[in-house]
Design a binder for this molecule. Structure first.
Ligand code: AMP
Length: 469
């Protein structure tokens, strides 16, 4: 790409990568050193107009590269301002709905701004307020915050936003879901009127469009493919099991070493704790992350999972939102989420960066209507991997439902097979995955059956023939 503006310190003419987008000097060096050499589409779209001072309205998910997309232009402007800051102020403010996302954003910014003398601070609920007040006291360049604690600091006079000339709202739709919208509006009103504003959201409900109208001035709209369509590498399936059977089903599944890095979603915090305890009783090491845990405990759980010292992370939807852990091989929905959209976010934790992922949902008959809502949203009928319900569930006739989504020769029967035989071939029913007899004194019975549609991607790693051998 040719850039007509020759950038200082570069040869005239051909520029590539982030240099071609206008990123220079120490920032360019640190960005390249971080392994960011080719801009992602959202970065290529958002960085140049933001450097020109335009407001941005971005539709993109975590995983798209949006953090660098909004952070690099801000860092680039801040670097030129020198280190003189007014006490208790922040030059740039990034609002995130969850503590984990805020921590992740700060980490990314530190990497991108390495060697550029930019100060950062985190203001989050669940950790000591005192240390945060101390950190912002001399003034900071980039403050990353969750709305609740930030509002608290501003109300108490420990932070003044009048000098804040860059405002980023990350995961706007989640802020909305979590009831932060009025805090966000109040915070925005407290910042400098001539600020530059960036709003990123994974989806665009009417309230987000409305928020954008109120906060952004003549924004440039940038967009990358939504997660629901980008999730093509994720193989999905459903296991029918009664709630009381789910523990056994889960433990059997996890006994398979092919489940290398697994995130298990629970609808409630209490449920997440119970699943974790049950797993530990069944001999598995698992970390848990939810809103009732202290920030330190949440961060430790996440670090242990990220570093691979535990391969199982149990999480609630809110705690897991925005988490970007590379290489998650499986997502297990221990139960269905209340909001069908959360399903898309849950399964999006796997299948990242072009790697395959598997998402399996355990469904009790009482959750059938939620399952149908999910299937409506993803416009796909989830193939049945295993069925432990015993008698056929009259509310669900797979043959009839599958017709809506799948070609006639590509249907699952109730046992997840397309040839009508029971899983395990010749078995007599005793060894069906999840059936009681198979679990007696045996940790690894038949395992979860592979999706017949794609023999390479499966739960167990080994092919059925190898298992039978
Ligand atoms: P984000 O959507 O900002 O959470 O970024 C998702 C992941 O992509 C993070 O792990 C980043 O480190 C990585 N990433 C972002 N931009 C680039 C890039 N241009 N090249 C390589 N990796 C990137």
């Amino acid at each position: 790409m040719t850039n007509e503006n020759t950038l200082p310190g570069t040869d005239a003419g051909e520029l590539s990568g982030f240099a071609a987008l206008g990123i220079t000097g120490a920032l360019l060096k640190a960005t390249n050193a971080a392994g960011f050499t080719d801009p992602k589409p959202i970065q290529a779209q958002a960085i140049p107009p933001q450097l020109e001072g335009r407001d941005i309205f971005g539709i993109a998910q975590t995983g798209s590269g949006k953090t660098a997309a909004f952070a690099l232009p801000i860092l680039s402007k801040i670097i030129g301002l020198g280190t003189k800051r007014r006490p208790k102020t922040a030059r740039a403010l990034i609002l995130a709905p969850t503590r984990e996302l805020a921590v992740q954003i700060e980490e990314t910014i530190k990497v991108l701004a390495k060697g550029a003398h930019v100060s950062t601070a985190l203001v989050l609920g669940g950790v000591s307020r005192f240390s945060q007040v101390k950190k912002v006291a001399p003034g900071v360049d980039v403050l990353i915050a969750t709305p609740g604690r930030l509002t608290d600091l501003v109300r108490e006079g420990d932070l003044v936003l009048a000098d804040t000339k860059w405002l980023v709202l990350d995961e706007g739709d989640r802020m909305l879901d979590m009831g932060f919208i009025n805090d966000v509006k109040r915070i925005a009103r407290a910042t400098a009127p001539d600020r530059q504003t960036v709003l990123f959201s994974a989806t665009m409900p009417a309230e987000i469009a409305e928020l954008a109208k109120g906060l952004l001035k003549n924004p440039i709209r940038v967009e990358v493919a939504p997660q629901s369509t980008a999730a093509a590498e994720i193989v999905q399936g459903v296991v029918f099991a009664r709630t009381k059977q789910k523990r056994q089903v889960l433990s059997t599944m996890l006994a398979d070493e092919a489940m290398k890095s697994v995130i298990i979603f629970s609808r409630t915090k209490h449920g997440a704790d119970r699943v974790t305890k049950d797993l530990e009783r069944d001999g598995f090491k698992a970390a848990v992350i939810h809103g009732n845990k202290s920030q330190n405990a949440r961060q430790k759980a996440l670090n242990d999972f990220r570093e691979g010292s535990v391969r199982i992370l149990v999480a609630t939807d809110i705690a897991a939102r925005g988490i970007d852990v590379p290489g998650i091989s499986h997502v297990v929905n221990f139960d269905l989420p209340d909001e069908a959209e959360s399903y898309v976010h849950r399964i999006g934790r796997t299948g990242r960066n072009g790697m395959d992922g598997i998402a399996i949902t355990l469904c009790d008959p009482s959750e059938n209507s939620k399952l149908r809502q999910v299937e409506r949203i993803i416009r796909t009928k989830l193939p049945i991997v295993a069925d432990h319900l015993g008698s056929p569930d009259p509310q669900r006739n797979p043959a009839e439902k599958n017709e809506r989504f799948e070609p006639a020769n590509d249907r699952n029967d109730r046992n997840g097979r397309r040839d009508g035989r029971r899983p395990g071939g010749q078995n007599n029913g005793k060894k069906r995955f999840g059936d009681k007899p198979a679990f007696a004194g045996e940790r690894k019975p038949e395992g979860v059956k592979p999706f017949k549609g794609n023999n390479k991607r499966r739960f167990g790693g080994k092919r059925p023939a190898a298992r039978a051998a």
